[in-house]
Structure formats: C-alpha cells, structure tokens
Design a protein around this ligand. Structure first.
Ligand code: ZN
Length: 177
C-alpha cells in the first residue's frame, strides 16, 4: 500500500467527512504531525497535517501553531529554493529518524473539506511536512531520499519493520507478519 500511487478522490465519495475525522484522530493518537491515507491502508489522494505540537519548541516559526489542514487531491506545482536537511520520521516506519534534504519552498494546489480549490505557498517546516505527506500519495518514503550509504545501512531495519520486529505503541498492520 505504501508503494502505490494514490488515485484522486471523487467529489461524491461516500463517508469522506468521517474518514477525515478518523485521519486526524489516528494522527493525534500516535503523536504524528501528518498522516496520509495510504498509511492507514486506503489508496486515496488525501493527507492531513497538524503541526501545533511542533510550535512549542520553535519560536522561529509561530505559524506552526494551528497549522491544521486537510489536503484533498493535492498536486505540488513547484518546489524551489535551497535544499536543506531536516531529521524526518514517519508513523509508518517506527523508531527511524534520518536527515533528508528537500527544497525549501513548495507551491501546492488542493481541495479543502468543502471542495474549495486552493493554491498556496509554504516554506520551512510546514513545507517539509507537506512534502513528506505528499510523497506518501506517490508511493514514496523518506528513506528513499537519504543518501545511498545511509540507505544501505537502513535496509536491515526496514526489513525488520516490514516483518513486525519493532517496538511501537500504536497499532500497525505489518505486511509480512
Ligand atoms: Zn510518513
């Protein structure tokens, strides 16, 4: 599921409001700041973010507080600016954290929960969270973006996760368990 490209959601999709609520609940219950539908086993082009918990330790980016949003059928139009490294983690890959380089700015088009189309620009950590979650809709994981040597070192740990040999305090469906 995490490797599939997620298709667009039709506007008459049944149960979308409930699904959005479930995504927020699941994300908050596992202390995440972003969650994409493929991470809960649904191949759908939607993710949610809430970076409010990150605002407490970050005086430089007060806009992290209350950055709580749903992105339906999002498409990144442009990424630009100097690439910068930031340590990322992922609810689907428990206990793994690695530095990933990504462009600083992003322009994204998406529908909100009322099917209103938006086009917005983000930078800093908000861009980072969007880029990470967006990758999930295209079947990509942050571990694909770490440098090749580190990726080799990560391979056995990824294999262990896929077999369920990992400590994690929220529920996960493991592909090979
Ligand atoms: Zn992730």
């Amino acid at each position: 599921m995490l490797r599939k490209i997620a298709p667009d959601i039709p506007e008459d999709f049944e149960g979308l409001d409930q699904f959005i609520e479930d995504l927020f609940d699941t994300m908050h219950a596992s202390d995440g700041v972003g969650l994409a539908a493929p991470q809960v086993g649904r191949s759908l082009r939607i993710f949610v973010v809430d970076t409010t918990p990150m605002a407490e330790n970050n005086d430089d980016e007060p806009e992290l507080k209350d950055f709580r949003k749903v992105f339906i059928n999002p498409y990144i139009i442009e990424e630009w600016g100097d690439s910068w490294a930031f340590e990322e983690g992922c609810l689907s890959l428990p206990n793994l954290r690695e530095e990933v380089s990504r462009p600083k700015k992003v322009r994204i088009e998406y529908y909100d929960e009322n099917w209103v189309l938006h086009e917005e620009e983000y930078d800093g950590i908000r861009a980072r969270v969007i880029q990470h979650e967006y990758d999930h809709l295209d079947g990509k994981l942050f571990t694909d973006k770490v440098n090749p040597i580190k990726r080799k070192l990560l391979a056995p740990r990824l294999k262990a996760i896929s077999r369920g040999r990992v400590d994690c305090d929220y529920k996960i469906i493991y592909p090979k368990k």
